[in-house]
Design a binder for this molecule. Structure first.
Ligand code: CS2
Ligand code: MG
Length: 403
């Protein structure tokens, strides 16, 4: 089998996605997702100018060599743009392989370790009362694990909460990023009360999670982890900025609250200290932003040696194509923790008709060959890409801060 063509589509069925198709001489077409929220055009040109030309004529079954050609073969390695571009191609190649063999993708990844994958959803409220209403709705839908985020008294806006509508999308359309503002002490003083209320109302049967979005120092994170210990979180996510792995050491020594990090990581070199020193419980790297299925399977195996579980990033900026790749990997590996699942709007599902289905707190892969996702090009072309950015964030005195 030979690769004959590779195509990119930028589309916006409710939000921006970068979708690729890899064509072969046997008529099998593989789909890949290169969406990198707010940086889609950089991935677009990396793919088109630098990767696609080297793909033509290659055997799509040679995923190991093709991956190394793009990763090891490049002098300028790593980084989210590079790794997302490589990831889009790698996902599409695995889709081709599984489709050509007529099997669902997980069958090529070691087969099924479980029939269904535990997922967590989001409950986000403008304030504690609203957040509790959202938790109740999600519990009603059968979710066993729920991430709770809430507006913080005295703060204008915060990641994870939608001011206008129910579904949350952090990227805002426009030519420039919007600005948000942040106050760490208001946040730290508030969060424990949110979880006390959640445990008082819902008891201890549900798993609760919380995301700090990389905004704390190690000492602040250790304090929050200790304050949250009575409420038995499933995990506390992204406490500190992701660049300095050693930062997690101090937090780990001071709290037993389980820790998760990794949605912004893109190679194993972002987390080797975290894994080998067992500084985290869950690694949140996601398939599309980490160079694809080829490296993700190796990273999961490496993490398994050190008792670290995989809890992949799966917000709606990860399209059904990439989420399906995460789901098949999650079904296959032994050390699954959980998978994030925000669900998709009708428009998104119309652009990407898929086999992924939710029931009673879990996701199922379905049995279609490959990823089990299609791309409705006609529909997608009616919804063209619109420039959008993630916000930036400042402290109340104007100092630039982490978003
Ligand atoms: C969040 C994301 O899902 C999460 O845990 O941190 O919503 C994140 O803000 C977005 O993926 C950024 O594009
Ligand atoms: Mg997060």
């Amino acid at each position: 089998m030979k690769i004959t063509d590779a195509k990119i589509y930028l589309n916006s069925p409710g939000r921006n996605y970068l979708t690729i198709e890899i064509h072969t001489d046997e008529g099998v077409i593989g789909l890949g997702d290169g969406t990198l929220n707010g940086r889609e055009l950089a991935v677009y040109s990396y793919l088109k100018e630098h990767l696609f030309p080297s793909l033509i004529g290659r055997d799509p079954f040679d995923t190991e060599d093709i991956w190394n050609f793009f990763y090891r073969g490049a002098y300028w390695r790593r980084g989210p743009v590079t790794m997302t571009a490589i990831g889009a191609i790698d996902i599409a190649l695995w889709d081709i392989k599984a489709k050509a063999l007529g099997v669902p993708l997980y069958k090529l990844l070691g087969g099924s370790s479980r029939e269904k994958v535990l997922v967590y959803c989001h409950a986000s409220g403008r304030d504690t009362d609203h957040a509790m209403e959202e938790v109740a709705k999600k519990r009603e839908l059968g979710y066993k694990a729920i991430r709770i985020q809430s507006g913080v008294p005295g703060m204008e806006s915060i990641y994870g909460i939608s001011k206008e509508k129910d579904s949350y999308e952090p990227a805002k359309k426009g030519e420039l990023p919007e600005e948000e503002s942040w106050n760490t002490s208001k946040y730290l003083n508030f969060v424990p009360s949110l979880f006390q209320r959640a445990r008082d109302e819902f008891g201890y049967d549900l798993h609760f999670l919380h995301d700090c979005h990389h905004r704390l120092t190690p000492n602040e994170a250790a304090q929050l982890g200790k304050d949250l210990e009575p409420y038995k979180l499933f995990w506390l996510e992204d406490t500190v900025p992701g660049e300095l792995q050693e930062g997690l050491r101090l937090i780990r020594q001071r709290t037993t609250t389980p820790l998760a990090i990794g949605e912004i990581f893109n190679t194993v070199y972002d987390c080797q200290t975290l894994i080998t020193e067992q500084l985290i419980d869950y690694l949140r790297m996601t398939v599309s932003h980490s160079g694809g299925i080829t490296p993700m399977m190796k990273i999961a195996a490496f993490a398994a040696i050190y008792h670290v579980k995989i809890g992949m990033h799966g917000p709606s900026d990860v399209s059904p194509i990439a989420l399906s790749a995460c789901l098949h990997v999650s079904r296959a590996i032994n050390n699954l923790g959980i998978l994030e699942y925000m669900g998709y709007s009708d428009k998104m599902s119309e652009a990407f008709p898929h086999e992924i289905h939710y029931k009673d707190g879990h996701l199922y892969t379905g049995n279609a060959p490959g990823l089990g996702v299609e791309f409705n090009k006609d529909f997608a072309e009616k919804h063209p890409y619109q420039k959008a950015y993630l916000p930036i964030n400042r402290l109340e005195d104007g100092t630039m801060f982490h978003w």
